[in-house]
Design a protein around this ligand. Sequence first.
Ligand SMILES: [Zn+2]
Length: 267
Amino acid sequence: MKICRFCQGSDLKIWTGNYYRCNDCLYICTVPVPTPTEISNHYAHYHEKNHQASEVKNKARAVSYIQEVDWIKSQITDPLEGPVFDYGASGGYFLDALVEHGGIKNVRAFGDDLSIGAVETLTQKGYHLSVDKVGKGTMNLVVLRGVLEHLVDFRALLKQLTDLVSEEGYFFITATPDSSSTVANLYRDEWVQHHYPSHFQHFSAALVDELFAELNFVLADHVDLYRDSVYRSDQDNENWLSSVHKRDSQKRHAYWGSMMTRLYKRA
Ligand SMILES: [Zn+2]
């Protein structure tokens, strides 16, 4: 019997291909999940192959990072001082934005990643700190950028990471696809965020709120950064309407609500 990995329910319906959606909690996941070998092969050279592959993509990301840092600053009443810890930090590019644009001192910016290439870059920049070495309650801000959807044991990692947040600190999650968005549900396997094995599961924002609530964290605020996103295009509305009216359309586009950006604090 197929079991929902989020709520343990057994009422699953095919969403697309081997992705199933739970009729109880709406969590979407492949059955089975990717094997550890599939995952380690995929991430072994992830940093070099995927993340650093395209200069154009990197420039777009850099703009997004600044928008995200600006938004965090607008949410936090005290100046953002750190220390900050970015898990799945890649080569520390979001940390760079926090340092250069967010006023965080370099010595107070830390990150870790599973990819060896990424760890080398983090080390060169002076950011690297193994997640197991971070003291509990020591981080003013913990960042999870486009990572949650990649984690098989998402509850264990969130427990470990939320433990690192200081009493008055924050947990920032962004660039995670939101399966409750209209485009996700309409496009499914053609949704721009749908790719295996990296995105073998899709969360809705409501489910992420629930995961944090299990750890006694509540939402401070959330935002849809699509409005000023570099991924936004003049064609998006036309593509969306064409899809709804079942005309031929390009479905691999950014759109309202497709990605979540949420800031949590201790309850
Ligand atoms: Zn479920």
